[in-house]
Design a protein around this ligand. Structure first.
Ligand code: PLP
Length: 368
């Protein structure tokens, strides 16, 4: 048995995280700030160690979804700018002052509420350009009006978010850029244009859509080494690679005879004598239940088909291809040969949900 004394763990290469950040920075070029997105525990990679690595690589901004995530970064001593993108409820507002977070306001009323607090605060305003999720739905004229005469509040940024950027051919992206530009023009004319405009996440960066990069970009998935196009597009030379490999150890190895049932509902029955192994990871750890009977784990590039149902804590695999494996040995659940994109395809998921779904029992181990 080699490696750490954990039943299951995810090894995260901080060097690869830094390289991915630098690859994004090189793609968008010097004039564009890269604000890596470390929400959802840095897409399952661990927000604090990943944020520290990103700051080491030169990141001055980090983006999170909620106040709780921002506070956790501050409490770990992280001093970079922190943009809170996912909306705030009234009871979360005090924390932005005490923890020096930069909230995104999603309506003009929210701006007025902050202004009424009569304390200095820097915010970004999100305008809805077609996502119908968060973001102000005001007209350009109303936005201009709301930004007029603010005393305490500094609206530093203006942002939006693309609905269909994963589809290079979608016209919605350009519609959204135009709608965003409409707000920018009105603000420019009124002389109250925020300094920092931002729209782009991973896909418009990977597709080389410069018209979306503006002053700042917000890559999440690319930082972790993935892009997620839904149609073929001109994927450029973004030199990124996955940073996380998830391992789990064999708890039991056995020979079974022809006809032996395996797992819940006997969804697999051995067609012939075979050697099988039970692995210490299941759907509660984030191995999708949909991989039952169809996914596979990997050992040194060899395929270990999942036999029957993935259970909550355990998964049974066929060890025929790897006869040397013994109890205690580790196999790869997610990594080279079976990455998050491939798991997503097999499970009808997306790489975001696969990475973000890696559970707490999977210990994170950091390597440089
Ligand atoms: C999550 C998120 C991102 C990052 O998206 P990726 O596709 O992972 O790059 C950017 N902006 C907003 C508003 C988000 O919620």
């Amino acid at each position: 048995m080699t490696g750490p004394e954990y039943r299951t763990w995810a090894e995260v290469s901080l060097r690869q995280v830094r390289e991915n950040f630098r690859a994004v920075a090189a793609t968008v070029g010097r004039g564009v700030v890269v604000a890596p997105v470390v929400k959802a525990d840095a897409y399952g990679h661990g927000a604090v160690p990943v944020s520290r690595a990103l700051i080491n690589a030169g990141a001055t901004w980090l983006a999170v979804s909620c106040v709780q995530e921002g506070v956790a970064l501050r409490q770990s001593g992280i001093d970079a700018r922190v943009l809170v993108m996912g909306g705030l409820l009234p009871f979360e507002r005090e924390a932005v002052f005490t923890h020096r977070l930069t909230p995104v306001a999603h309506s003009l009323d929210e701006l007025r509420d902050y202004e009424t607090a009569a304390r200095p605060l820097t915010v970004h305003l999100k305008v809805d350009t077609g996502m119908s999720r968060l973001g102000a739905t005001a007209t350009p004229a109303e936005v201009v009006q709301a930004l007029r005469g603010l005393k305490h509040l500094r609206v530093e940024g203006l942002m939006s978010h693309f609905a269909s950027a994963e589809d290079f051919t979608s016209e919605q992206t350009l519609d959204q850029v135009r709608s965003f530009e409409g707000v920018c023009e009105a603000l420019r004319e009124a002389g109250s244009m925020p300094e920092i405009t931002h729209l782009a996440s991973t896909n418009p960066i990977a597709y080389g859509r410069r018209e979306t990069w503006n002053v700042l970009v917000r890559p999440g998935l690319a930082i972790y080494g993935y892009v997620s196009p839904s149609v073929e597009g001109p994927l450029g030379n973004l030199a990124i690679a996955p940073a996380l490999t998830w391992y789990a150890r064999l708890l039991k190895v056995r020979e079974i005879g022809a006809g032996t049932p395996v797992g819940y509902m006997a969804r697999f029955r051995a067609p012939h004598a075979m050697r099988i192994g039970t692995v210490a990871a299941g759907y509660a750890d984030g191995l999708p239940h949909r991989l039952s009977t169809r996914g596979n784990l990997v050992s040194k590039g060899r395929t270990l088909p999942i036999l029957g149902a993935v259970s909550m804590d355990l998964t049974t695999v066929d060890l025929t291809a790897a006869p040397e494996l013994q109890v205690g040995d580790a196999v790869t659940v997610l990594g080279p040969g079976m990455d998050a994109q491939r798991i997503a395809e097999l499970a009808g998921e997306i790489p975001y949900s696969v990475l973000g779904g890696i559970g707490n029992r999977v210990r994170r181990v950091y390597i440089e």
